[in-house]
Ligand binder design. Structure first.
Ligand code: ATP
Ligand code: MG
Length: 403
C-alpha cells in the first residue's frame, strides 16, 4: 500500500475573511505551477483544505515541491482505503512508519458514516493494537504522542492521515503585489527576497554590475541566486544595470570617505527609476543594522533620503547567524559564498565614513552632475528572466535593439 494524496492545510489564510477566496485561488494556481513537473498530480479543493492527488507520482518528491509553496501551514500524506478492517490496519501502519523514529502514537478516529459497524471508541484500539503488534518498543500516548494518526470513516471510504510536515508558511505569492529586490551576490539580499516573497510579494530584481571590475561569474552567481528564489514563487526578472561608469566617476570625484554612501544613493536612485518604469511600488534590500559601515543608522538615513518609495528591509533587526540559518535552509548560502567580487567590494574605500550626514552627501553630490550617468545606466540596462529551471539572457536582444 502507498499514500495516494497529500493533505494541505493553510492556517493563516483562513483568518483573512474576504480575501480568503482570492488567496485560495492563488494558492491553487501556484501549487499547480509548482507541480507541473509531476504531470499526473491533480489538486482538489474542499472545505478549508486542499488535496494533491498523487496518481502514481513519487510521494516524497511531490511533498518537497509542495513544501516550498508559500501559504501552506502544514501537510500530511494520506490514503483513502475501503471500509474494511484489513485495509484500515495496513493504512495506519503505513502512516505510523511515515513518522520515522516515533516511539509513541495516538489514533484519533471520527465516524461520519454511522452505518460503519464500529464506533470510534472501538476503532482506536482495533487499529492501535495492530500498530503495537507490528512494532517494537512503541507505546500509546494520548496526551503528547510523537505522531497522531487520523482516521476518518466516510461513506465513500476511510481516509487515514499521517504525521504533519511543516509548510513554508506565509501568504501565497502574488497576493500582496510586487517589490524590486536589490540583489547583490551576498548572503543577505537573497534572504531578504525570500522573506518578502513569504509575505505574498512577487519579486523583480535589480543588480548592479561593473565589468570589467566584476566578472561574468559574479553575474552568474546572481542568476543562480534568483533561480533559487524562483523556486518559491514564479519567475524573477533581473534588471542588470551597467554601473561601471557611475562607480568610476564616484571614485574619481567624490571624497573617498563618502564614496560608499554616495554609491548606495546612486543605486537607490536607479532602483527607484526601474521600479517606477515597471510599476513596482516598493524596494527591498538586504540591509541589516550594524553589519557593516554602510549599515549604521546614519548611513541608512543618508541613503534613504534619495527615495520616498517604501524600502522593505526584512533583515534590519536580525542577527547574522539567523540570516545564515535561513540562507542555508532556502538553498542560497552555498551560492552566496562563492568568491567572486561584487561591484562594491572592488571600489570599497579604506576608511568609509560610518556616520555620514545628508548635508555632506548633498554637498559633495552638488559639485558633480550625475543625472546623465544615471539615465544612461537605466537606458542601457537589460533583463534576464529566471525561473526555477534556469534563465534566458536577453543581453543579446538588448544589443540588437541598439544597432
Ligand atoms: P549582501 O549580503 O546582500 O550583499 P551586504 O551585507 O554585503 O549585503 P551591503 O554591501 O552594505 O551589505 O549592501 C546592502 C544592500 O545593498 C544589499 O543587501 C543589497 O540589497 C544592496 N546591494 C549591494 N550591492 C548590490 C549590487 N551590486 N546590486 C544590487 N544590490 C546591491
Ligand atoms: Mg554584499
Amino acid at each position: 500500500m502507498k499514500f495516494d494524496r497529500i493533505m494541505i492545510r493553510y492556517g493563516e489564510m483562513a483568518l483573512k475573511g474576504k480575501n480568503k477566496k482570492l488567496f485560495e485561488q492563488k494558492l491553487k494556481y501556484n501549487l499547480s505551477g509548482k507541480l507541473k513537473e509531476f504531470p499526473e498530480t491533480t489538486i482538489e479543493k474542499t472545505q478549508g483544505r486542499m488535496y494533491v492527488h498523487l496518481n502514481g507520482e513519487h510521494p516524497q518528491k511531490v511533498m518537497e515541491a509542495c513544501q516550498k509553496v508559500f501559504g501552506i501551514h502544514s501537510l500530511s500524506f494520506a490514503v483513502k482505503v475501503e471500509q474494511s478492517e484489513e485495509a484500515m490496519k495496513e493504512a495506519v501502519l503505513l502512516a505510523f512508519h511515515d513518522a520515522r523514529g516515533a516511539q509513541t502514537f495516538k489514533i484519533s478516529s471520527k465516524r461520519t458514516d454511522k452505518s460503519f459497524p464500529l464506533p470510534s471508541q472501538e476503532i482506536n484500539p482495533m487499529l492501535g493494537g495492530h500498530i503495537l503488534r507490528n512494532t517494537d518498543g512503541v507505546t500509546v500516548d494520548v496526551h503528547r504522542p510523537d505522531v497522531e494518526i487520523k482516521v476518518e470513516v466516510r461513506h465513500e471510504g476511510v481516509l487515514i492521515t499521517a504525521r504533519d510536515y511543516p509548510g513554508a508558511g506565509g501568504l501565497p505569492a502574488g497576493t500582496t503585489g510586487k517589490s524590486l529586490l536589490m540583489l547583490s551576490g551576498g548572503i543577505d539580499s537573497p534572504v531578504a527576497g525570500y522573506l518578502t516573497m513569504k509575505r505574498g510579494v512577487e519579486l523583480e530584481a535589480v543588480h548592479f554590475h561593473s565589468p570589467p571590475y566584476t566578472s561574468e561569474r559574479a553575474k552568474q552567481k546572481v542568476i543562480d541566486l534568483a533561480q533559487e528564489l524562483a523556486k518559491y514563487g514564479s519567475k524573477v526578472k533581473i534588471h542588470v544595470i551597467p554601473f561601471t561608469a557611475v562607480q568610476q566617476k564616484i571614485h574619481r570625484e567624490m571624497p573617498s570617505g563618502y564614496s560608499m554612501t554616495i554609491t548606495r544613493r546612486m543605486m537607490m536612485r536607479i532602483s527607484e527609476k526601474i521600479a517606477e518604469q515597471q510599476g513596482i511600488l516598493s524596494i527591498t534590500t538586504g540591509e541589516s543594522l550594524g553589519q557593516v559601515a554602510s549599515q549604521t543608522m546614519e548611513s541608512m538615513n543618508t541613503i534613504n533620503e534619495v527615495t520616498n518609495y517604501p524600502v522593505i528591509r526584512p533583515l534590519a533587526a536580525m542577527d547574522k547567524l539567523e540570516i545564515i540559518d535561513i540562507s542555508r535552509k532556502i538553498g542560497t548560502y552555498d551560492i552566496s559564498i562563492r568568491p567572486f567580487e561584487d561591484c562594491c567590494t572592488v571600489f570599497v574605500p579604506k576608511a568609509p565614513k560610518t556616520k555620514p550626514t545628508r548635508a555632506n552627501a548633498n554637498y559633495y553630490e552638488s559639485n558633480t552632475d550625475f543625472s546623465e550617468d544615471l539615465e544612461k545606466a537605466v537606458r542601457e540596462s537589460y533583463t534576464i528572466e529566471v525561473d526555477a529551471q534556469g534563465s534566458t539572457d536577453q543581453q543579446e536582444d538588448a544589443f540588437d535593439d541598439l544597432l
